[in-house]
Design a protein around this ligand. Structure first.
Ligand SMILES: *Cc1c(COP(=O)(O)O)cnc(C)c1O
Length: 329
């Protein structure tokens, strides 16, 4: 099903900051399955792994705004695979919010199991047991109930995408000095880092953290993703993985889903000047973080790729909530 969908466009956009950097975007949001995004590639890897493990029931975990859950629920519907979604809310949310993604998950028939953040592990365990009792074989995308053990699977997605970036570089006789993107679970970043390691190039991959996950924990998850991927493929390295991990946590605005007027301004500006749809949870936060990073580090005259990781329904959540209204131009 997913196999038909390869390659998303890469092209230059207008740099609205006048710092002399050449900014390009790779539009993962335009991948033509279930409204696109990095989760299309990541979900594909999970389905491949699920098949390899001979499982027949999907168990995912995510917030109500989760793009991954939407894409997985869509593919489950197509393949007639039961899909269970364990869904926690953030501390700052009083109750589960309805979002474009949560409505789509309903439309796709995902069975939603709400819980708090503290209850995730037990909800995973109970759900797995309940499915096993019915004689089916559940597949939990993140491995064990603590969410570890399956990092290499998701990492593979962006190792492959990295080759598309390399193809673009070759075709256009340029090389990207930096790749920026929104970093959440770390799967995208681990994959890009592995791609960069395998390519042996000097591109710096910079993940802008969109959640309150602490730096040490964020780095450790990315390290596990990179190392388990390389180990599975028996690729040995003679350097320290940590030297390749650049995770910026200071642009997270206090946590997942939290945003402010500065992010909204960035979204308005990018839609107006580049017709780029960004959202306040992932891509808008990351784009603003990239702009700040370039400014703070005084980076000029470089080739920069912003990986637009998707989240189209979140752009519309923001638009329909009236958040982009503003006087003047
Ligand atoms: C999930 C997601 C991310 C973060 O990707 P990870 O691989 O989890 O780090 C970024 N942007 C969007 C739109 C996403 O849905």
């Amino acid at each position: 099903m997913f196999e038909r969908y390869e390659n998303s466009p890469i092209y230059p956009i207008k740099n609205t900051k006048g710092n002399g950097n050449r900014i390009y975007v790779k539009r993962e949001d335009l991948l033509p399955f279930s409204l696109g995004g990095n989760k299309v590639r990541i979900a594909r890897e999970f389905f491949r792994d699920m098949e390899e493990k001979n499982c027949d029931t999907m168990v995912v975990y995510g917030n109500t705004r989760s793009n991954l859950c939407r894409v997985i629920a869509n593919q489950c519907y197509i393949q007639n695979i039961p899909c269970y979604m364990i869904s926690s809310r953030e501390e700052h949310e009083k109750e589960r919010e309805e979002t474009g993604n949560s409505r789509l998950m309903e439309l796709l028939g995902a069975k939603i199991i709400p819980c708090t953040k503290a209850e995730i592990a037990s909800a995973v365990e109970e759900t797995m047991k309940a499915i096993e009792k019915t004689g089916r074989k559940p597949y939990y995308i993140y491995g064990n109930k603590w969410g570890t053990g399956n990092e290499a699977t998701a990492t593979a997605a962006y190792v492959k995408a990295y080759r598309e970036i390399q193809d673009f570089e070759e075709e256009h006789a340029l090389s990207f000095d930096y790749i920026f993107h929104a970093s959440g679970t770390g799967a995208t970043q681990s994959g890009l880092i592995c791609g960069h390691i395998l390519a042996g190039d000097s591109t710096k991959i910079i993940g802008i953290s969109v959640s309150s996950r602490e730096y040490e924990r964020g780095v450790s998850v990315i390290r596990t993703g990179v190392e388990s991927y390389l180990k599975d493929r028996k690729i040995s390295r003679n350097f320290d993985t940590d030297q390749e991990i650049f995770l910026e946590c200071k642009y997270n605005k206090g946590g997942y889903g939290i945003y402010d007027e500065e992010i909204l301004d960035c979204i308005r500006r990018q839609f107006r000047k580049n017709s780029l749809p960004l959202d306040p949870v992932y891509t808008g936060k990351a784009f603003l973080g990239m702009e700040k990073y370039l400014e703070e580090q005084k980076i000029t005259g470089k080739n920069i790729l912003f990986l637009h990781t998707g989240g189209t329904p979140l752009f519309y959540d923001c638009l329909y909530a009236g958040k982009l209204k503003q006087e003047g131009i």
